[in-house]
Design a protein around this ligand. Structure first.
Ligand SMILES: NC(=O)c1ccc[n+]([C@@H]2O[C@H](COP(=O)([O-])OP(=O)(O)OC[C@H]3O[C@@H](n4cnc5c(N)ncnc54)[C@H](OP(=O)(O)O)[C@@H]3O)[C@@H](O)[C@H]2O)c1
Length: 259
């Protein structure tokens, strides 16, 4: 069911991908550039953004290297986009970091880095784009969360909390912004092979490639979905697990992960 205005044609659309230097963000940016969109690319690594942009027409790319944990950098990025393209149609917030942690490894600095990068960067990014979207009465916000936000999972300490917070943030944003013509898209991927998951030492069930993830995300946006989750063979099980009472869920989570 379409909860957001569907997007049928990417030609000339002005898109900002924050977290575009690798993994899912880079794959989404390439897919949209290939479909004719104009894409502003942000992340800290300028050389990676330049390398991605070099494969496409200079008219359609804008490299805006920035640290998304800094609110003023995101405000400046939005100003740059407005200066070059007159405005923005879609913002995709993809910046993320992950440090696997069990309770006895809890590290305040790593936890803060995950909260700042995964959650606060999205809050500041949304704050930067909302005034323009409200003024034009259109626009879309895409938030990359994770199935790790559905329920507590071993190794997901704090990372899962940031993703649960993003799910709640997206729901709140949708309630406020949909009546004003602004789309809000919540993306909950399962395991995707990227530099972020390359550090996992366990077998990742239903692992997919970044290009497949990008295809799912873009197709979900085109259809106007609120929640875009994939791969379904994995996310369907996790959605079911969300409904279980705690006693049963904790037993199953331990048995499934062996942790
Ligand atoms: N891979 C998975 O299985 C999976 C599953 C569910 C959800 N996700 C989520 O998907 C998103 C993308 O992750 P990925 O798997 O594609 O990992 P990735 O390849 O490591 O990409 C992370 C991106 O975030 C950027 N980033 C990190 N810190 C930043 C900062 N302070 N400012 C600006 N950009 C920053 C990185 O660029 P720089 O380092 O150049 O700044 C990079 O472009 C994350 O939010 C992640 O939590 C991933």
């Amino acid at each position: 069911m379409s909860l957001n205005p569907p997007i049928r044609n990417w030609r000339g659309r002005r898109v900002w991908v924050v977290g575009a230097s690798s993994g899912i963000g880079a794959a989404v940016a390439k897919l949209l550039l290939g479909a004719g969109a104009r894409v502003a690319l942000s992340a800290r690594s300028a050389p990676s953004l330049e390398a991605l942009a070099s494969g496409f027409s200079g008219d359609n790319t804008l490299c805006l290297p920035l640290d998304a944990t800094r609110p003023e950098a995101l405000l400046r990025g939005m100003e740059d986009i407005r200066g070059h393209w007159g405005g923005l149609d879609l913002a995709i917030f993809c910046a993320g970091t992950y440090a696997p942690m069990r309770a006895w490894q809890l590290d305040g600095e790593k936890a803060r880095a995950m909260v700042e990068t995964n959650f606060m960067s999205v809050v500041h990014g949304v704050q930067a784009v909302i005034p323009g979207f409200l003024a034009q009465g259109s626009g879309g916000i895409v938030i990359i969360s994770s199935v790790a936000g559905y329920r507590g999972l071993p190794n997901g300490l704090v990372y899962g909390s940031t993703k649960a917070a993003l799910i709640n943030l997206a729901e709140n944003l949708y309630l406020d912004l949909a009546p004003k013509g602004i789309g809000v898209f919540l993306v909950n991927p399962g395991f995707v092979k990227t530099p972020l998951t390359d550090k996992n030492t366990f077998r990742m069930p239903a692992l997919i490639g970044a290009d497949e993830a990008a295809t799912r995300i873009v197709s979900g946006i085109e259809r106007g979905r609120f929640e875009i989750h994939f791969p379904r063979r994995f996310t369907a099980l996790l959605k079911l697990a969300r409904l279980l009472p705690y006693a049963l869920y904790f037993r199953l989570a331990r048995a499934a992960t062996g942790l």
